[in-house]
Ligand binder design. Structure first.
Ligand code: NPW
Ligand code: ADP
Ligand code: K
Length: 499
């Protein structure tokens, strides 16, 4: 058993169908109930470590095998002499086979099984949520719903078995009210929903026990970690004979009236990421004056008129749309036709969403050998897909993959647990980052930084590049309790350049 975050090597994530396949394969090779025995023991060990010796440990068990894990944990904790209250909120005669075995084992060991919900936890108590796991099929109702509400109101520290009850393992969306845990112990496989949408917020500190099973099943998604960034930094270490021309040019187009800051942030980020030359192309005179005055004397200026010349973009990495407003729209046909490498963000994405012509130009880029990375937040993704934001969030992996296939581009669907998807590629979920990034301009920094990295790594597969950039962006915010101002974020990211 180990804490999952921070992640170094990427970790495979299995959806519910594949987790069940893995469970069935492993169970077939082991004596009956072995997996549940191992799962319950793992839960008991973690609970024993988390709860102070005098604390009461409460266990609420539901109608499936998640409840069975809780019952086996109850048996071990009882035998360890822990103070326990175990409430089994299911019809014991209808438990599945493993859970029925667990109930019998708990009973035989002398555990008292209460049959009603009565949570009167004190601060310092530990409450184990064994209500619902991967088998969640509909919003909880009745006693189970009441239990989730009661747990959320309780003063105890909450440990969720496998995943917080009410959280959907495949998507990270809550189905009805979901339980908010302080710790979650994922069993056998890691599931995508633990890491994206509401998953990170609901799981608390995440632990994993693989129950001694090595998975032969192909990942449905990867959880990307520090290794993506380390690989990039190793590969792009500066050699003694390098010069600024070795690190590529970035052209940042944005900063419509009133949005000069977005241009400054993106251009500043591209510079700090290490691009050789960064040209800021403001869509408003005010934005260009702002760039001159922003204290980044290294930035150069590119007038928008120059974008009419294809050669201005054919060698550069272009970052377009940060604070672009409506003024970005007339420039996009040229950018989409000529930019060798294009990061499309914010209003650049909104303009594409509003125009089938621009959509066609974006799609054609891949067949012309030009690469694109789209960086939508959920609302921008919704506009591009022609659906609502909640539909995007209902399945972030699927939404990102749809965009990637539809536009033949790499897509970063931002938000808690950013999803990185590329056509015909297993998607990944970024494991770094926190709500410290929920500040204005942090997306502009990501787009600019990505452009700055790409300019130095023209041949790097965009899926890897995007994963490394997301990890870097999130890493800079990890450990920050409060908000991280976007301009400070750039400095924090710069502090993580390899030595
Ligand atoms: N596979 C593994 O990796 C391993 C799995 N293990 C453990 O098993 C767990 C999966 O067990 P599980 O399949 O029995 O599902 P679980 O979540 O306990 O609940 C299913 C029951 O709840 C019911 N139900 C569903 N929604 C409901 C609702 N809203 N309100 C009320 N009822 C609802 C549902 O009823 P139904 O939908 O069939 O009508 C069914 O009766 C897994 O998370 C892990 O903890 C480990 O022991 C070993 C390795
Ligand atoms: N709660 C959060 N946890 C992790 N990352 C977050 C969170 N909120 C925002 N972010 C990240 O911050 C960035 C915000 O981007 P965006 O929404 O485009 O902001 P802006 O338009 O203000 O620049 C994205 O990279 C997103 O993934
Ligand atoms: K649970």
């Amino acid at each position: 058993m180990h804490k999952v975050l921070p992640v170094t090597q990427r970790q495979p994530l299995l959806n519910v169908a594949h987790s069940r396949q893995l469970e069935a394969q492993a169970a077939a090779a082991l004596p009956a109930h072995t997996l549940m025995a191992r799962a319950g023991l793992a839960v008991a060990k973690l609970a024993h470590a988390l709860a102070a010796p005098e604390a009461c440990i409460w266990i609420v068990c539901g109608p499936g095998n998640n409840g069975g894990d809780g019952l086996i944990a109850a048996r071990w904790l009882h035998q360890a002499g822990r103070r326990l209250r175990v409430q089994c909120l299911a019809d014991l005669s209808r438990l599945p086979a493993d859970a029925a075995w667990a109930a019998a084992a708990a009973h035989a060991a002398g555990v008292t099984l209460e049959r009603s919900l009565e949570l009167d936890c004190a601060a310092g108590d530990l409450l184990i949520d064994a209500l619902l796991g991967m088998g969640l099929s509909r919003p909880a109702e009745g006693l189970l719903a009441a239990a989730i509400t009661a747990v959320n109101r309780s003063a105890a520290t909450v440990l969720a078995v496998d995943l917080p009850s009410g959280l959907q393992a495949d998507t990270g969306q809550a189905l009805g009210e979901a339980l908010r845990a302080d710790h979650s112990l994922s069993l056998l496989s890691l599931k995508p929903g633990l890491f994206t949408a509401q998953g990170r917020a609901l799981c608390g500190t995440l632990w994993h026990d693989d129950l001694g099973v090595v998975s032969p099943i192909e990942a449905d998604a990867w959880l990307s970690g520090a290794q993506t960034l380390q690989a990039w930094q190793t590969r792009h270490r500066r050699t003694a004979d390098s010069h600024k021309g070795s690190f590529g040019d970035v052209l940042v187009v944005g900063g419509a009236p009133g949005m000069a800051g977005a241009l400054q942030l993106a251009a500043g980020a591209a510079l700090s990421a290490g691009a050789g030359r960064v040209y800021a192309c403001g869509l408003d005179d005010g934005a260009n004056v702002g760039v001159i005055r922003c204290g980044r004397a290294e930035l150069m200026h590119c007038p928008p008129e120059r974008l009419a010349q294809p050669e201005s973009q054919s060698q550069a990495t272009v970052v377009a749309g940060c604070g672009g407003g409506a003024a970005i729209t007339p420039l996009l046909p040229n950018l989409l036709r000529h930019a060798a490498r294009l990061v499309l963000d914010a209003d650049g994405l909104n303009a594409v969403a509003a125009s089938t012509d621009l959509q066609a130009l974006l799609r054609q880029r891949a067949s012309a050998g030009q690469s694109s990375i789209l960086t939508p937040h959920p609302l921008e993704a919704a506009r591009l897909l022609g659906i609502s934001t909640s539909e995007v969030q209902a399945d972030r992996l699927h939404s990102a993959q749809l965009l990637a296939e539809g536009f033949a581009a790499t897509v970063i669907l931002k938000g808690s647990g950013s999803v990185i998807a590329s056509p015909s590629t297993t998607p990944s979920i970024n494991s770094s980052g926190s709500a410290a990034l929920a500040t204005p301009g942090s997306g502009d920094v990501l787009a600019g930084w990505l452009g700055g990295m790409w300019a130095q790594a023209e041949e790097q597969p965009t899926q890897e590049l995007a994963a490394a950039a997301c990890y870097w962006h999130g890493l800079a915010a990890d450990g920050w309790a409060g908000p991280l101002r976007a301009s400070d974020l750039i400095e924090q990211m710069a502090a993580h350049h390899g030595r």
